[in-house]
Design a protein around this ligand. Structure first.
Ligand SMILES: Nc1ncnc2c1ncn2[C@@H]1O[C@H](COP(=O)(O)OP(=O)(O)OP(=O)(O)O)[C@@H](O)[C@H]1O
Ligand SMILES: [Mg+2]
Length: 315
């Protein structure tokens, strides 16, 4: 690996060391139990574009719902890829994340059910592009999402549906996943301010680590000034290509420097994953047997397992 890249890894490791980490430690911040108390709020962020943030939010959300968790995805990206990838139509986006942030709607009124049982979404529209400017002079502008979530009933909004679905919607959310734009702007800062921890998808390619230390320093700044409970949930290696030696090299280098901050589960590059969004379906629904879907199921299992271990040791 090139010297410059080595420096980036070392830099990122240094930045990460200053942020408490929820995996593989006894944790100074005992986790709230998913499925029992308040939801675990995770922000899926990396200011680098196209690294698998949205794919991870959609498929991890689906995998968590598949094992019985109740999940809400908040689409905080004006691109609206999480909304589109989950088949949410324009008509279903009448109330969106934008309305919630500017205070024109309650978050529970923006919630739309997806076709995946147990998985809901707060959709996004291009209006979000203007949110940063509109909120520039507003008080607590970094806390807009956090305040909206704090007011939301734990089970979201009850819907007039079948008895089975009604029972489902009475269960409180156990996980909230916030999908961020590829930027460290006010939208991402709102997500970090609202979250318990950050999940960072890292693409297994040469420039993967570029910007990681900047991201982790931003986490540290948010922690100091806006949200002391913000942790690093973990780093997920995405788009791993077995045939590419560089993928292997990047993965092992990242593990050497960031240790158990990196999930054991690696998401492979898989064409079925990239096809799924154009059908408005998570890969897990489009083809649950493909290598990518199986990897996201393993990631959900690893996440739940680690959190249980931490809760046990904190008890
Ligand atoms: N494991 C994978 N295998 C193959 N293609 C993938 C995989 N993960 C993501 N992709 C594809 O790569 C592209 C970028 O992924 P995605 O949209 O999830 O990234 P992102 O970080 O959310 O991007 P942005 O920064 O624009 O929001 C998409 O076309 C997606 O379908
Ligand atoms: Mg995205």
């Amino acid at each position: 690996m090139e010297q410059t890249d080595k420096t980036l890894v070392a830099d990122a490791a240094k930045a990460a060391a200053s942020v408490p980490f929820t995996q593989g430690t006894t944790g100074s911040n005992p986790l709230d139990a998913p499925s029992t108390d308040r939801p675990r709020i995770l922000v899926v962020a990396n200011q680098k574009g196209g690294v698998g943030k949205t794919t991870t939010a959609i498929n991890l959300g689906t995998a968590l719902a598949a094992v019985g968790e109740r999940v809400l995805i908040v689409d905080l990206d004006p691109q609206g890829n999480a909304s589109t990838g989950l088949g949410i139509t324009t008509a279903e986006r009448k109330v969106s994340a934008y309305d919630v942030l500017i205070g024109a709607a309650l978050i529970e009124d923006a919630v739309v059910p997806t076709k995946v049982p147990g998985l809901d979404i707060v959709p996004s529209t291009m209006d979000l592009l203007g949110a940063e400017l509109e909120l520039a002079t507003v008080q607590r502008r970094s806390h807009r999402l956090r305040d909206a979530l704090a007011r939301m009933p734990r089970h979201g909004k009850q819907r007039e549906t079948s008895e089975a679905e009604k029972a489902m919607t009475l269960r409180p959310y156990s996980y909230l996943l916030i999908d961020c734009p590829p930027s460290l702007n006010l939208l991402t800062i709102n997500a970090m301010t609202a979250a318990d921890a950050i999940l960072v998808p890292l693409q297994c390619e040469f420039f993967a680590l570029e910007g990681l230390s900047q991201l982790l320093r931003t986490v540290e700044r948010v922690k100091t000034s806006l949200n002391p409970r913000l942790d690093i949930q973990g780093i997920v290696l995405t788009m791993f290509d077995q045939r590419n030696k560089l993928s292997d090299q990047v993965a092992s280098d990242v593990r050497t420097h960031l240790g158990d901050k990196v999930y054991r589960t690696v998401i492979p590059r898989n064409v079925r994953i990239s096809e799924a969004p154009s059908y408005g379906k998570p890969a897990l629904v489009y083809d649950h047997r493909c290598a990518g879907s199986k990897a996201y199921m393993r990631l959900a299992a690893e996440m739940i397992q680690r959190e249980r271990a931490i809760r046990r040791s904190a008890a």
